[in-house]
Design a binder for this molecule. Sequence first.
Ligand code: MN
Ligand code: MN
Length: 455
Amino acid sequence: MTKSELIYEKKTVYEKAGKEVTQAAFAYAEGYKHYLDAGKTEREALKESIAMAEACGYQEYRLGDPIQAGDRLYYNNRGRNLFVFSVGSEPIQNGIRITVAHIDAPRIDLKQCPLYEDGGMAFFKTHYYGGIRKYQWVATPLSLHGVVATKDGRLLDITIGEDEADPLFYINDLLPHLGQEQSKKPLSEGITGEQLNVLVGSMPDEEEKSVTLHILQLLNEKYGITEDDFLSSELCVVPAAKARDVGLDRSMIGAYGHDDRVCAYPILTALLDDEDTTHTKLCILADKEETGSDGPGGMQSDLILDIINEIATALGGNPAVVRANSKCLSADVSAAYDPNFPEVFEKRNTPLLSCGAVFTKFTGSRGKSGTNDATAEYIGWLRGVLSHDDVVWQAGELGKVDCGGGGTVAKYVSMHNIDTIDLGVPVISMHAPWEVIAKVDLYETYRAARAFYKY
Ligand code: MN
Ligand code: MN
């Protein structure tokens, strides 16, 4: 055997796959950037995903509807969680090829009674969503997204700050001149949760001289809502920045919410582009991963079982057998090795930027606590699948042992007796208002998902 056959060496996609794949990756990235800008919340990402599925002939499914081979369906769970599936011709007992990614991302949610006035300014009180580093969210342009449900049954979509003509929002920080004490605090305490108040106005109304009243008048003029409508709203503040190429070579994309739309987009488009009609395939875009996968749209919900049961029984299969023979890719991001912070990474087992899709056998922290831990047999099978299409991939773990760690939805799928492994894209500055990924890693994740659905 030759040396290169004997030795396992991590190489970049550029080296392994060459120019043609790189060009295809750059072209594929254009659609992804559009997807990012169209979907800054799980509700918006879901809408965009449904539009893409419908354009490929998928139709809305409701629990209890008939299902037969050849069907291409999607199930919209409360506007925040989506199941897209195509029913194959082989016996359903062979199992389902399942992919899961989450479409929620760390952000800043408004409290239910958000509006107040102080120092001649009006603000919204907030409660941040997911694991953010609070100091990163101050003194940066923000936009407001969400819905307001009125008691007469209307659902108003609100998006302010994405159009160039829109106003933006802001969270104040201290000036360096008066920030000496703040600067001595640990990063985690420099900005507190209750300081994440969003600046929304500074001009009083004419009669009452109240800034908040003026804000309420403006909201009423535009949306017909009053202050109590905040009680039944889901409004959140996200970075106003759009997805853009990063680097003189344009090899990377900077954007809000790569985690985890950088996996949602490839697993969804791989399904929509899939021409195989043999296997039954299911792509799940989940909500609430960033807060623990709870709620009806999170992966701890029984809905995944309901959908599998519906498909299995409609096709004359036993759901337990279908689950036992199903396979799953839990598509979520990993932390890319960052030479600015080498102390938290173990270089041999950390995903490297541009080295392709990352497979993570186990996650967890402090001795793999909370991990799914995919079987060697399943990874062996996957290696064979990926090698059919020369997909460039790497094994990777999130950071050094005992340095921190994190979990994904993998364990909430594998608990149903379904072989599951984490697959995803390495990210720089994960959970920051603007994260960075490499286009070739995005594309190899797409190619990995295509191979997974196909073979
Ligand atoms: Mn994630
Ligand atoms: Mn995350």
